[in-house]
Design a protein around this ligand. Structure first.
Ligand code: AHR
Length: 328
């Protein structure tokens, strides 16, 4: 009887010790679980994809900033598809994240998912690209560059370089995306005062290097010597097009003047090599501003609906001096 009691007590002690060791191991030796946060904050980030060097730099900036602040980041790459972004938003809502950061691939079609986020009291911070919604209360703020101004700056630089006369081909970004729509509009406004500056062909290269090359090959076949300038909505497409120009036996940067947008490292390298003439900056390092916004909103502050990033123009004359200082 006494022996049985002792056996039961010993077994109980062993079980209690085991449970204590297991829970201890979880806290001390288990490392950070996915979604665990030092501050207890969980943020979902729905990213467009990885179509360009700019996009990759933006993703890294978000991830680094979240880690720096001890915020758990749930990252979703939509591979350029709006349906996948909407799915990601719904998953974030179901998981009960504290806030959502959204870089929307296109401008329209966001109302239903944003209404669901609002109903769940989850604030949404838009980064990089704007959207069209009737009800602006569906998002807290938009942190982005002024894409119309970028297009205008490219046009002004080009008009000066070409003395007001050029046969221009244009490589547009993703159809329906704010930077494609606005950079086109801004460029057209910018060249409007120069009757000699004519866009002779314009097509989407989806912000991708390979597409930029393909479309430029087609432009060169159809329009040949009529082309003396290229305006690309991003550097990646310009770099692809530069390859096409070289393969056609022409000199990019001389036979065809090339201006693009983003100011990524690859653009500076192409400028130093004399193949790209000018790039208009579009800063992708939005992590610090995005998480400032999230933390302020969660602390009860109201932010301006639009936070504008200021950008500059760089051409070959500055490239060598500046290339070493570029952060993306
Ligand atoms: O929305 C910003 C644009 O998207 C960048 O200019 C381009 O490179 C990217 O893919």
């Amino acid at each position: 009887m006494r022996d049985n009691l002792l056996r039961v007590l010993r077994l109980g002690a062993i079980i209690a010790l085991g449970v204590a060791l297991l829970s201890c191991g979880k806290r001390e030796g288990g490392g950070k679980e996915e979604g665990e946060s030092e501050k207890g904050l969980v943020v979902g980030f729905s990213q467009v994809g990885a179509e360009s060097a700019w996009r990759t730099a933006e993703t890294t900036s978000m991830q680094e900033e979240a880690a720096k602040r001890g915020i758990a980041l749930k990252f979703s790459d939509a591979q350029g598809k709006q349906e996948k972004q909407i799915q990601a938003l719904r998953a974030f809502i179901a998981q009960g994240v504290d806030a959502i950061i959204l870089a929307p691939v296109v401008e329209t079609g966001w109302e239903p998912a944003l209404k669901e986020a609002k109903a769940a009291s989850i604030p949404v911070v838009l980064v990089d690209r704007g959207i069209e919604v009737a009800d602006e209360s569906l998002y807290a703020t938009l942190i982005a560059s002024d894409f119309i101004l970028e297009g205008k700056m490219a046009a002004e630089w080009l008009a000066k370089k070409m003395n007001g006369t050029a046969g221009i081909v244009e490589l547009q970004g993703t159809p329906g995306a704010a930077p494609a729509i606005d950079r086109k509009a801004g460029f057209e406004q910018g060249i409007a005062q120069y009757p000699g500056m004519q866009i002779i062909a314009s097509q989407s290269g989806d912000f991708r290097r390979s597409n930029g090359k393909e479309v430029m090959e087609a432009f060169l076949k159809i329009h040949g010597k009529k082309i003396n300038a290229l305006y690309a909505h991003n550097d990646d497409m310009a770099i692809g097009a530069i390859q096409a120009i070289e393969e056609a036996g022409l000199k990019p940067g001389e036979d065809i003047i090339v201006v693009s947008v983003d100011a990524v490292k690859g653009a500076f390298e192409a400028m130093v090599a004399g193949k790209l003439n000018c790039t208009v900056e579009c800063n992708p390092l939005l992590g610090p501003l995005a998480f400032d916004a999230v933390e302020k909103i969660l602390a009860g502050q109201t932010l301006p609906k639009r936070i504008v990033i200021e950008d500059r123009v760089f051409d070959q004359s500055a490239a060598k001096d500046v290339i070493g200082t570029r952060k993306y």
